[in-house]
Design a protein around this ligand. Structure first.
Ligand SMILES: [Zn+2]
Length: 305
């Protein structure tokens, strides 16, 4: 099964985003008062957790949080239950934890493995959406205040002669497993600036304005590793709202084995055989970050021949 058919961490999830409800403010207000509604509190990109994981606010606490703290966004429907997130970032950490009835704050990425797929997906979604709201207080065109609307999926500029609609931004990045030409099969892994001495990972980079994803793959591989690649093939993608990413995974084939790193982003890049990677796994090292698409790209390649 290829990556495109799998659900990677932070994606999928059973939530129905129920986009049609976003414009029905009356209905959303009514849903906030229903007893089975779920309100997830977040504080500055972090989940608020107790001993069982991320807390869900009781109706009483949710009402308090909405009036005392920040904005509320509608995430969707979980069966018949509406799911919202409320941003407690305006409080200090201790007050936010207390208001939520939690014991501490933590990053959703630290909970992977303990949260189920649906739980990780909804927390990541809430984190990304609330982050965008905090970054989009003002209109970039006229500088006026922008106010939340559409159930939290749009902000509207209040400038009298502007009124621009502002939508959440996604920042796509490509991540690439590059194979060497010829045999034996080898893939290119690099040591990034700031990484541990023996930490090797796949190559990645942001897509620039005016580029296709494939253009970005070719440019990044040339800039970072001095290689020309062909056969750029889509593998799958991963939601990466940390804070606003979308990781798009590819395989590509280098036209030659010669590698020349830029010395800034990449300190070293070398070719690894499948036997090399198996040895790394056997010695207890992980291939890529376990919650990220590079882990999947590497293991899929390792399972091939
Ligand atoms: Zn404006």
């Amino acid at each position: 099964m290829g990556i495109a058919e799998r659900v990677l961490a932070y994606g999928g999830g059973r939530l129905d985003r129920a986009g049609a409800l976003r414009t029905d403010a009356t209905r959303l207000d009514a849903l906030l008062d229903e007893s089975d509604t779920v309100v997830l509190p977040l504080w500055r990109d972090r989940c608020l957790v107790d001993g069982d994981g991320p807390v869900r606010l009781t109706a009483e606490r949710a009402s308090l949080a909405r009036s005392a703290a920040g904005e509320t966004v509608f995430l969707g429907l979980d069966g018949d239950a509406a799911v919202f997130a409320v941003d407690l970032s305006g409080l200090d950490e201790r007050s936010a934890v207390e208001m939520a009835g939690a014991v501490r704050s933590t990053d959703v990425r630290a909970l992977v493995g303990r949260l189920d797929a649906d739980g990780a997906a909804v927390q990541a979604y809430a984190r990304g959406l609330l982050h965008w709201h905090r970054q989009q207080r003002y209109c970039g065109t006229c500088g006026a205040t922008a106010v939340i609307g559409g159930g939290g999926h749009v902000r509207t500029c209040t400038g009298a002669e502007c009124g621009r609609l502002l939508f959440p931004r996604i920042e796509p990045a490509i991540i690439v497993l590059v194979e060497a030409p010829g045999r034996p099969g080898r893939c290119l892994l690099a040591r990034h600036a700031g990484a541990a001495p023996d930490a090797y990972s796949t190559l990645a980079g942001f897509v620039e304005v005016g580029e296709s994803l494939e253009d970005a793959v070719r440019r990044e591989m040339a800039e970072e590793a001095g290689i020309t690649v062909t056969d750029v093939t889509y593998q799958g993608s991963q939601a990466w709202p940390f804070p606003a990413g979308l990781m798009v995974g590819f395989r590509a084939t280098a036209t030659s084995e010669e590698v020349r790193v830029d010395g800034e982003e990449l300190l070293e890049a070398r070719w690894f055989t499948r036997a090399d990677l198996r040895e790394r796994v056997a010695s207890g090292r992980t291939l890529g970050r376990v919650d990220a698409i590079d882990h999947r790209l590497l293991h899929d390649w390792l399972a091939g021949s």
